[in-house]
Design a protein around this ligand. Sequence first.
Ligand SMILES: Nc1ncnc2c1ncn2[C@@H]1O[C@H](COP(=O)(O)OP(=O)(O)OP(=O)(O)O)[C@@H](O)[C@H]1O
Ligand SMILES: [Mg+2]
Length: 422
Amino acid sequence: MATRRKCFYGNLRPQLYALIESETVDPVRNPYAPGAGQRPPELAGRDRELRQFEVVLERVARGRPERSMIITGLRGVGKTVLLNTFRSMAIQRLWGTGKIEARPEQSIRRSVAAALHTAIRELAPRHRAPDRIEKFLGVLKAFAQAEPPQAGRAAKAPAHRWQPGINVPAARGRADSGDLEIDLTELFVDAASVATDLGVGIGLFVDEMQDVPPDDVSALCAACHELSQTGGPLIVVGAGLPHLPAVLSASKSYSERLFRYARIDRLDRDAADHALLAPAEREEVTFTPEALDALYEAADGYPYFVQAYAKVVWDLAPTSPITEHDIKVAAPEAESELAVGFFGSRYERATPAERDYMRAMAVLGDEPVATASVADELGRKPSSLSPARDGLIKKGLIFSAERGTVAFTVPHFGRFLREQPA
Ligand SMILES: Nc1ncnc2c1ncn2[C@@H]1O[C@H](COP(=O)(O)OP(=O)(O)OP(=O)(O)O)[C@@H](O)[C@H]1O
Ligand SMILES: [Mg+2]
């Protein structure tokens, strides 16, 4: 394959050397990675966010007051991938880390316990005082098993208590009141103090943070607030849909001072080209400039689409350089894969009434639309549409960009809906 030729033309620009002799494009070596949370072959266009997070880690490690980071953006722009990269950066600095994925209507108590358990297990082998770790694990176990007071009273005696898989007896009297705000605060302070012993920090990474139930969001913010005052080296790093800042500030007005929000969006032209070219060139394949134009037009710079088109194009293109013609041939297949995997799977989650609501939004265009206009379009009273709207927000299909307006969380979703038969 191409590798054998590298020694002759190693210093030539790949475009030039591709002209010298066409290479076959080997599907086995297809580098692209469309898929939720799939690590891309090249993390393009996120240097600013990576630098910012580098500073956050450094400052927290030095005990400087620092706001944590929250990444927001539409579906498929690369929030999960960036959050995972942040986590890797923390691990490289020998921090303890853990991650949760929030789900609607599910308390974060158990998942936070599991994530901090992971984080502490990462630190334990380096800690000189095993009894400190054991003591913390006892508190962690009690935290995990504590029930909210009213649930405890209402519920019949549980058949068997949840066992978090921690091999020490649960401690009593700390982080186990059942009030999540108090418990999280105590737990975070204790976890941070274990990390301090080692001169490192702890990172708790929360994906789909907009789905954390309101009471838990409020508790999480309060615990972060407390930590920011004591300078404990534990940070909560979040990722979520564009309305996440509004969710946080609705729960605690000081949340804006706790978090630095980084909104990530589609890749600009240079970054999108880089996302395509860098992995290809490692396999000694390249694209003509016209092919890059066509791909940018099709994918519109959205990372998920960039990966999805490139994957199919690679599989179907016979030789390098990949041409505009190859893109034209591959586009219908890429689009039908997106229609099923990216758009269709989300559309399926909606009820018939919610689908009508989204179709009406789509008719009104691709910008955020006023909920009153959606009601007009459907010939209904706005109040009668609240259940559909709230259902769609809960399912993460739309969000309220500003008061009284809604927008799709999925890029190009309006276009997809307009193309569906009624
Ligand atoms: N910076 C990037 N450069 C190139 N490709 C990327 C980049 N970021 C993400 N991708 C690709 O985009 C796709 C979507 O990434 P990811 O799942 O992280 O998005 P997301 O914002 O978390 O989406 P969702 O809101 O649906 O969870 C993946 O296939 C990933 O490989
Ligand atoms: Mg994600």
